[in-house]
Design a protein around this ligand. Sequence first.
Ligand code: CMX
Length: 147
Amino acid sequence: MITGLSHVSIVVASLDAAAKRLKEVYGLEVGAARVNEQQGVRLACVELPNARIELMEPSRPDSPVSKFLEKNPAGGIHHFCLNVDDVAATARVVAGMGVRVLGDGSPQHNVHGERIAFLHPKDFLGALVELEESKSKVESRKSKGKP
Ligand code: CMX
């Protein structure tokens, strides 16, 4: 089940330059940069009250986002991410309806260790979608007695 919007992710040529611009022009604070080795990205986020803006740059030459930068040298929106209560279950349900879940089937994790999956853009109106199982959101919902 989809429970909310987690973030919009923008691939940039330089994380540091992008963070400086967001701060100077928009007054947005970009958090500390971290590397997700599995995903091949160095990323940092702006935390907004209802969602995040994620900035990513390649962390290695063969990063999947290097391909994106080759096609879009100025950077751009790479994907948006929906929170779900259970990544594996959601992926299974949509796959059963013909949606292509990307990757080799092995579990993927974001930089916070939360389970994620990507859906083929052509199966979501042309946009690359990440599903993210937010541990804190799931726990908070359960603590309120919600299913
Ligand atoms: N926007 C639109 N289409 C895209 C796309 C994008 N950003 N990225 C890939 N595609 C398209 C490809 O062109 C391809 O289309 P066709 O099948 O029509 O040729 C299709 O999606 C599948 O792409 P692929 O590269 O063949 O598939 P892979 O399984 O090898 O990889 C993907 C797909 C998207 C997971 C990978 O390219 C990628 O971008 N990985 C990085 C994921 C990421 O952003 N991780 C961030 C984690 C952040 C954190 O730690 O918090």
